[in-house]
Design a binder for this molecule. Sequence first.
Ligand code: HAM
Length: 423
Amino acid sequence: MNQPLFRAPRGTFDLIPPRGEAVLAVREAMAEPLSRAGFGYVETPSFEDTQLFVRGVGESTDVVTKEMYSFTTRGGDDVTLRPEGTAPVVRAALENGLHRGALPVKLWYSGSFYRYERPQKGRYRHFSQVGAETLGTEDPASDAEVIVLAMDAYRALGLTGVRLVINSLGSDESRPAYRAALQDFLRRLDLDDATAKRVEVNPLRVLDDKRPEIQAALADAPVIADFLSKGDRAHHDAVRTLLADAGVAFDDDPRLVRGLDYYTRTLFEFIHDGLGAAQSAIGGGGRYDGLAELIGGPRLPSVGWALGVDRTLLAIEAEGLPLPGTAGVDVYAVPLGEAAAARLFGVVTELRRAGVRADLAVGGRGLKGAMKAADRSGAQVAIVVGERDLADGVAQVKDLGTGDQRPVPLADLVTTLSAALDS
Ligand code: HAM
């Protein structure tokens, strides 16, 4: 009996060419402004102690209560596939003593993240982020710096429809009074038991409730902006001024809260309207001055973001831009016969070593099939070598755009082609 064909698990997908190359190009475009700005690359494990996320991300967040892939190992350790990268990066910085060196420490990362979400376009159970974290400074310049670098990455990708929305959640100076006022307001609403409980435990989470009836009931809820302390207000104004000076447009969204509990002060999201309302955030981040303490470290005020690679690619497609990073090869070699195949194998190797993107027809296909493959490869030039050519010491070099063909001595091929493709 035939085995049933396996499929990728629900909420996951395979990246195959040309989208595979496009994802690489998106990651590169996100990383480039960061390395230009002095961010160093970090990698942390794909799984961590479950408590890192429970304490770091927050016990009452959707991420922790509903979306974690958690399991007990054979050795009895409780671990979780990372749903996000900020708590792990802070954990790694503390564990490696980076906070005891020169501050701030600027770090970036790129990788896979896992959340047990309801799968839909732009919302997956396995997804990819590029993240940036600036650890160990309260300077509003660092908030503005990371935001500008994200906008630069989107611009480099050709995206024109990215909107930046920002808010301040205030610090410990502002939060208690706001929390009390919000609870006061929420307690007067007719809420289901679970939501009413959330009002007592973590009222800010209620603001993030996406149900339309809850959003409608929240229309007159107090906003944090009216409760910001002098220091928090000054910080927020400084960030806004720096962004404006850098030519980065933004909208204030006094209701923006985001789904993770560690945020303090600056909060922001990059929105693209081409993806559908529930997945419109193609990136987001904020300041998290208390996170290091929550996971057992000293105070380490920090700010950062993560950009969704998959959603950014969807945004590129929604804008009708060509897929990035899908150039293919420049030269396609077509040998006719075994001796020609051996010779062209050497030529293609040399071309590649000289920096030319080149491919070779294998499997002894006939001329017709191989020329079709040459066309599909995107190459500008095909090199065809038959037995007679070999005897004459030449290759037929065909311009696949114009169809022009001319013989070129085999000995000169690499120099001739590298020069022609350079110009
Ligand atoms: P986040 O908003 O949870 O923040 O995720 C950042 C981005 O990752 C989202 O804007 C979205 O583009 C993408 N993303 C999240 N979940 C999914 C999913 N299920 N499928 C596809 N894409 C998704 C964080 O993760 C924070 N660690 C960001 C941060 C860094 N804050 C401070 N530093």
